[in-house]
Design a protein around this ligand. Structure first.
Ligand code: FES
Ligand code: MG
Length: 572
């Protein structure tokens, strides 16, 4: 039952006076009594000049408002933090939990019966889903949608898979200064999110699979008329949910829907960041994701989606090939079709309505997949007691089982200073190791896990090497790269005591990551680490809160005090 402006009237102990004051002030904006008597749908405004991925948010807000009003409710737009990947120092991951707290508290603080949250760039939908799960008000997520593709010299380009490849060619002197400048104007040719299967696209699919965004909403381009129609329809549904009171996020984010999301994450060749975010979202719903099950799914569920970086195409092609409902139809036997969604139906209904697009080459069938295995594998071993992850769908098959000599970098700064040193002792079959780049170490777990190939090897034509770290990697990157090693080095994970020259064994088929030193030496190094001085906590502000409370990658890097403890809504 909608309460509109009356919601949360407790401030003065006199409900009548509180309502009178609320009305008096909001009427300054010219609202009528009729408008103020309606159910209210709050809409987050995440537009920012620093965030091109959200450049279409004003248009989407217009469309959401139209939908809300067509359904007879009152839309109220309010700002929250906006995080764009390229302008978030020290990292966008550092700010994700801040955005989730901001969004949760503003949804709680202001009178609204339902919310529409508009997000897109990598950390924003995760933050909004975490907030929605915690606030537990009926919520519809509207993705900003992917940008259209770029073109250069007759080649189709994608941000930012091709950013790395082309920059690699520039580093290897194959592309000159003038051309790389020209390319910088062509890689991201419209507003919207990166149009490959990076983290933004991954999370756009995850939110649709979880049921918090409308069917067919994941892949519609940011500039396409479909995107605005989705926004209008989302506003309409939010208004209806404001009246009916549901479904609420706790009815949507369940063990069954989270398992569906894990299946989708594997089948789309999703970003490794997606796993961290899904773990954090699950934590807000009081669910612990089962990593063994996720790994099992990686063996059972093939990669079906032919999108970069695992495949060839882009998000707009996915949309025109039938989008996520058509992909999920291929996975039907592996999904729980009874999970509800914000459209008012079930996942099964969304699949029933999926379009069949003859001749499309983007969504492969389960029987004849793009790759036999799913996106990711979860590794264990003495180097990663709490696990690590590798995106096997975007790695070199010949490096999946590899033993090599460690070349260790102690920090991102150390890496920057030495990776291109002509005197660096490194060979193509070595294993590059980066540490102190985890959630607390860097801090903010930067996307530094994609260690560049040392210049002298790149020039000699080396395209891939095994690289391991406690960092993250952009979902748009390709390579044999082990990430999220937990615990991270800076809290005493064994990664802290690897030495250059050690042998490391990676065995993805057996899911192992091992430092090949004997037990006695391993213990001796652990004991030595225990006595090394710790870095001091930041003295103040959000940085202090962050470093005090952030959890490891295997727990989604949420703050310890934000997770739900049990099903009663209390936090620990
Ligand atoms: Fe925003 Fe890629 S930079 S989605
Ligand atoms: Mg990214």
């Amino acid at each position: 039952m909608a309460t509109g402006l009356r919601k949360g009237l407790t401030s003065y102990g006199d409900a009548g006076f509180s309502l009178f004051l609320r009305k008096a002030f909001i009427k300054a904006m010219g609202y009528s009594d009729d408008a103020l008597a309606r159910p209210i749908v709050g809409i987050t405004d995440t537009f920012s000049d620093y965030n091109p991925c959200h450049g279409n948010v004003p248009d989407l807000i217009d469309a959401v408002k139209r939908g809300v009003m067509l359904a007879g409710a009152l839309p109220m737009v309010f700002p929250t933090i906006s995080i764009g990947e390229s302008f978030a120092h020290p990292t966008s991951m550092f700010l994700r939990n801040l955005m989730s707290m901001d969004t949760e508290e503003m949804i709680r603080a202001q009178p609204m019966d339902a919310a529409v949250v508009i997000g897109g760039c990598d950390k924003t939908i995760p933050a909004q889903l975490m907030a929605a799960a915690s606030a537990d008000l009926p919520t519809v997520v509207v993705q900003t949608g992917p940008m259209v593709v770029g073109h250069h010299k007759g080649e189709v380009l994608g941000a930012c898979t091709d950013c790395r490849r082309l920059w690699g060619q520039h580093r290897a002197d194959k592309i000159g200064e003038a051309e790389i400048e020209q390319i910088s104007g062509r890689l991201a040719p419209s507003v919207g999110t990166c149009m490959v299967m990076g983290t933004a696209s991954t999370m756009a699919c995850i939110v649709e699979a979880l049921g918090l965004a409308l069917p067919m909403s994941a892949a519609a381009p940011a500039t396409h008329a479909d995107r605005r129609r989705i926004a209008e329809a989302s506003g309409r549904r939010a208004a209806e949910m404001a009246v009916s009171g549901g479904p609420i996020p706790s009815q949507l984010i369940t063990p069954a829907s989270l398992r569906n999301a894990m299946v989708v994450l594997q089948a789309i060749g999703g970003s490794t960041n997606g796993l961290i975010h899904l773990t954090a979202i699950a934590g807000r719903a009081g669910v612990k994701l089962d990593m063994d099950e996720f790994d099992r799914l990686g063996r059972e569920i093939p990669t079906l989606l032919n999108l970069k970086p695992s495949g060839a195409h882009y998000m707009e092609h996915f949309h025109h090939a039938g989008g996520l409902p058509a992909l999920m139809r291929e996975l039907k036997l592996h999904l729980d079709l009874s999970t509800p969604n914000v459209a008012g139906g079930t996942l099964g209904d969304a699949i029933e309505a999926a379009e069949d697009v003859p001749g499309q080459q983007v969504i492969y069938s389960f029987a004849e997949p793009l790759k036999a295995q799913g996106a990711m594998a979860v590794l264990q071993g003495n180097l990663a007691p709490l696990g690590a992850v590798i995106k096997q769908s975007a790695a070199s098959p010949e490096l999946m089982t590899h033993t090599g000599r460690a070349v260790v970098f102690d920090s991102v700064e150390d890496l920057t200073n030495r990776i291109d040193d002509p005197d660096l002792d490194v060979k193509a079959d070595d294993i590059l190791v980066l540490r102190n780049a985890g959630p607390k170490g860097a801090p903010g777990m930067p996307e530094a896990g994609y260690l560049p190939i040392p210049m002298k090897l790149a020039r000699a034509g080396v395209k891939d090497m095994v690289r391991i770290s406690d960092a993250r990697m952009s979902g748009t990157a390709f390579g044999t790269i082990v990430l999220h090693i937990a615990p991270e080095a800076s809290v005493g994970g064994p990664l802290a005591w690897v030495q250059s020259g050690d042998q490391i064994m990676l065995d993805v088929p057996r899911r192992r990551l091992e430092l090949l030193v004997d037990e006695a030496e391993f213990s001796r190094r652990r004991a030595a680490w225990e006595t090394t001085p710790r870095r001091e906590l930041p003295r103040r502000g959000y940085a202090r809160l962050y470093e005090t409370a952030v959890l490891q990658a295997d727990e989604g890097c949420d703050f310890d005090f934000l997770r739900r403890n049990g099903q009663d809504g209390t936090t620990d």
